[in-house]
Design a protein around this ligand. Structure first.
Ligand code: FAD
Ligand code: SF4
Length: 510
């Protein structure tokens, strides 16, 4: 093997061809990328997630070579692949006689720890670089909220709007308000089609059999729905498509759910951004610039709502992750212990909302935010599922699932297992909300309006049972409002709680 003075490691979610590393070509630097069993196996992943990561990594390695860089790419089945970063790096240092190690800051605590340990044990001089991807540094959020009681996303978001001068007139929010969320709550009652992005549908049969031959265990389906962007060019195509065809309606139908369309007006940009094919600022700027050029076509509420997801929520979640990891992983505020019902892995339940959200997750490795939060997450919280099991499911099933964003969303926002660090109150609802925001309840084996008895919707009794059993922890929460006075006045309270007990004792049969 040729000798090099430096090895630079690129992780599978660091596919940023605009990084300053790649501005100059140095024939003494070898870029190293690897497919590893430690990565395919730390949780059971959706097959589309594994294929999307590996395809994007391979395309990225080819792109760097095309740009003139030396790349050593280790495939999963390569003879001599030792299975972990540390073991492979040791082999490569010996083979190339390199004397220096460089890497970009990992976004996951697990890898951050592994690479720091490698550096201290291997003893090579080393440098760690920023990924040049995020709009705030790991510790910015912790410093911003130092000494404060609450970590409110809204305050962090406003700071970010000012720092990046996004949707601002001078130092004031454009349009007079910082947040137009109240205008973004319509359900979907239309029948028209929604255009599909022109992304290539790849032939994936070879991937399926190759992963099987490597012994990688996965969940979900690969064909016929695999169309995730795997290059920067495709990520940018998806962005242009979103701006042109979806952004005008993004806000209005952001919380809507329907069996007619899996994606509605959601962008599906999370994978492209999470593996760094495209930069969050270019996404934000594309949305703002479309609005500034055609304010009559793009409602401000849609544009602000979309930008808030990225400049606000995405950066906030990352900051929360680094502020509270590693302890965050073990938080279980309500002491929930139940196992995840078996149908989370098959979608075979009579609850039509769960069938739809889980079914499409298995088919497409995707569900939009409200499906994740108010259907699957809502059910898991009401049913008292152990947050470890909930995390494992979310981390495995979605194409965009990487721990820094999955964990605070799942354990924090969705399960309130952090006791209110991310959310100020638990996101739970009975059937009324689901019925209002979706067409799931029509045709369901259960009846949304029934609370007890044959065919009663499980969400109804479980909702009240959740509040009843957690009274001590929630009664003083100022955001809970009339829940406890209503519960205390209920004539059928005992029957309702009994109904919930029955459902809780047979979760696998729901
Ligand atoms: P859009 O609806 O089009 O939104 C645009 C972008 O905003 C997204 O691509 C994403 O980058 C960002 N965004 C929106 N909401 C959030 C949020 N709450 N946190 C961080 N970024 C956000 N997102 C992930 O990227 N990976 C995950 O593993 C993940 N797990 C989640 C688990 C749960 C329980 C919940 C409730 C949410 C989770 N999210 C996760 C956040 C959000 O649901 C997804 O980012 C979004 O559904 C991705 O689809 P999209 O690209 O079409 O998003
Ligand atoms: Fe879901 Fe209940 Fe509606 Fe059925 S009736 S779809 S279980 S909310």
């Amino acid at each position: 093997m040729k000798t090099y003075h430096t090895l630079r490691l690129i992780l599978g979610d660091q596919l940023n061809e605009q990084h300053s590393w790649f501005k100059q070509i140095d024939s003494g630097t070898l870029y190293v990328m690897m497919e590893l069993r430690s990565e395919t196996d730390y949780v059971k992943h959706h097959i589309q997630k594994v294929v999307a990561f590996f395809s994007a990594m391979r395309a990225f390695a080819a792109r760097l070579q095309e740009m003139g860089h030396d790349v050593y790419y280790i495939t999963l089945d390569e003879e001599g692949n030792a299975g972990t970063f540390t073991a492979n790096l040791n082999l490569l240092f010996a083979a190339t006689q390199a004397k220096r190690f460089e890497y970009q800051l990992p976004d996951e605590y697990r890898l951050d720890k592994e690479l720091r340990q490698f550096c201290s044990e291997a003893g090579y001089p080393y440098s760690v670089y920023d990924t040049e991807h995020f709009l705030s540094h790991r510790d910015d959020l912790r410093r911003f909220f130092e000494g404060k009681k609450q970590y409110l996303m809204e305050s962090f978001y406003r700071k970010m709007r000012i720092d990046y001068k996004v949707l601002l007139d001078g130092d004031q929010p454009h349009g007079g308000k910082w947040n137009y969320d109240a205008e973004n709550r319509e359900s979907w009652s239309h029948t028209g089609g929604i255009p599909e992005p022109p992304l290539p549908r790849r032939e994936t049969t070879a991937w399926q059999s190759w992963l099987e031959s490597c012994g990688v265990r996965t969940i979900g389906e690969l064909a016929p729905n695999f169309d995730w962007p795997i290059t920067r060019k495709e990520g940018l195509q998806l962005l242009s498509f979103f701006i042109e065809h979806q952004l005008p309606w993004f806000g209005k139908f952001q919380d809507a759910m329907t069996v007619q369309h899996r994606f509605l007006f959601h962008s599906r940009l999370s994978f492209s951004m999470n593996v760094k094919l495209i930069h969050p600022l270019e996404v934000i700027q594309a949305a703002e610039s479309a609005y500034r050029q055609q304010p009559d076509r793009y409602p401000l509420a849609a544009v602000e709502g979309f930008i808030r997801q990225i400049l606000g929520w995405r950066e906030y979640m990352r900051g929360m992750y680094w502020a509270f990891i590693p302890g965050y992983r073990h938080m279980n505020y309500f002491g929930h212990e139940r196992a995840l019902p078996k149908w989370f892995w098959t979608g075979e339940t009579r609850m039509r909302c769960m069938q739809a959200a889980i079914g499409q997750s298995l088919d497409a490795a995707y569900a939009h935010h409200i499906q994740r939060l108010m259907i699957t997450g809502n059910f898991a919280l009401l049913a008292g599922i152990h947050p470890d099991a909930v995390d494992e499911w979310y981390l495995g099933i979605y194409v965009d699932a990487v721990e820094w964003v999955q964990l605070p969303n799942t354990r924090g926002m969705s399960q309130f297992a952090d006791g209110g660090l991310v959310g100020t109150k638990p996101y739970v609802s009975s059937a009324a909300y689901i019925n209002k925001m979706s067409d799931y309840c029509k045709g369901c084996a259960y009846q949304a309006k029934l609370k007890t008895g044959e065919g009663a919707c499980p969400f109804n009794s479980l909702y009240w049972h959740f509040y009843h059993r957690n009274r001590e922890k929630l009664a003083t929460n100022p955001r809970i409002g009339m829940v406890y006075p209503t519960l205390d006045k209920m004539a059928n309270r005992d029957a309702l709680l009994q109904q919930a007990e029955i459902y809780l004792s047979q979760l696998d049969q729901l």
